[in-house]
Design a protein. Sequence first.
Length: 114
Amino acid sequence: MDSIIEWACEKCGTTIMATFTQPLEPGRHAVANKCANCNHITNPLAVARFQWSSRLRSIVTSVCEGNELKELKINPKTFVANVLNARLQRAGKSQIVIDHTTQPITFLEKQQEH
């Protein structure tokens, strides 16, 4: 699986991992887990919110808007259970199952029953 890890602020859902082209200097550059949007510092172990394939990411972004994607990053398990799976089903897409044995959790497409 081509795995994409979603790195985001646990408070506002803004992507917080930026690409740096120069070496970081202590005291001069913000830590990688500080949100530029709301200044919240996410625990380094929680910055990686979840991972999924590029195919699944494309499917989800086709049925969700920007603010909903932030909500997905803030509370992935609840959003999948309460909002996303129903929306995917209505759109004729595969629902998401969550593999809780990985760190971060992994979103997988639910296999269609025949």
